[in-house]
Design a protein around this ligand. Structure first.
Ligand code: TMP
Length: 217
């Protein structure tokens, strides 16, 4: 059986990374060790090349003036490498992948945030993924101010975290639009509750999907 690609999305400070860690542990316990491997990965940065691209994308010298289109193409390059080198081989082996960000982030950040053409972004996403789509996308929705506050508490943000409030508002609107357009694939989870409550909400949703996919009874 082909594996499953579960993607976590959301604005800065939405809590995805913490939740992925909690869900990874929970899934390992729930599914045991019979055959199915659980893989945790992220974009950008899920491959060796991706780690270099992540560094460039998030921490390049401000004076390097990375243009919006070049930024878009670097995210696409990271994705092409990630899909071909890691995601597809794991899915072919029947493994379950928890992926921190995927194509929806490009629509939300480069499309809604930067204002690049949404049709071109869809076409580029298809080239980068070869048509691979997530089996389930969990959108952790938090108010923009709450997310940015969490990021500030963590310290000096990266290149994108430092973008202005209006940019991040547009990104959130992008995720909201995507969730409305693809209700079969994207499930909104309120990330504004306390951490354990959010984990429990995600577990409830995932349990329904695991039953639907016939992974558990
Ligand atoms: P994060 O993985 O720590 O959330 O950081 C990744 C950053 O990259 C985040 O600011 C969102 C941004 N990003 C895009 O702008 N476009 C993309 O396609 C992806 C995958 C991430």
């Amino acid at each position: 059986m082909r594996g499953k690609l579960i993607v976590f999305e959301g604005i800065e400070g939405c809590g995805k990374t913490t939740q992925i860690r909690a869900i990874e542990g929970w899934l390992r316990e729930k599914l045991g060790s019979d055959g199915l491997e659980i893989v945790v990965t992220r974009e950008p940065g899920g491959t060796r090349l991706g780690q270099h691209l992540r560094e460039l994308l998030l921490h390049c010298d401000e004076k390097a003036l990375l243009s919006d289109r070049a930024e878009l193409l670097l995210y696409a390059a990271d994705r092409a490498e990630h899909v071909g080198g890691l995601l597809k081989p794991h899915l072919a082996r029947g493994n379950m992948i928890l992926c921190d960000r995927f194509t929806d982030s490009t629509v939300a950040y480069q499309g809604y945030g930067r204002g690049l053409d949404l049709g071109e972004i869809d076409a580029l996403n298809r080239i980068a993924t070869g048509g691979l789509e997530p089996d389930l996308t969990l959108w952790l929705d938090v108010p923009v101010e709450a997310g940015l506050n969490r990021v500030q508490v963590r310290g000096n943000g990266d290149r994108i975290e430092r973008a202005d409030l209006e940019f991040h508002r547009r990104v959130r609107e992008g995720f909201a639009h995507l969730a409305r357009t693809h209700p079969h694939r994207i499930v909104r989870v309120s990330g504004n509750a306390d951490r354990d409550r959010v984990t429990r909400d995600i577990q409830t949703i995932l349990t329904q999907y695991l039953i639907k996919w016939k992974i558990i009874d």
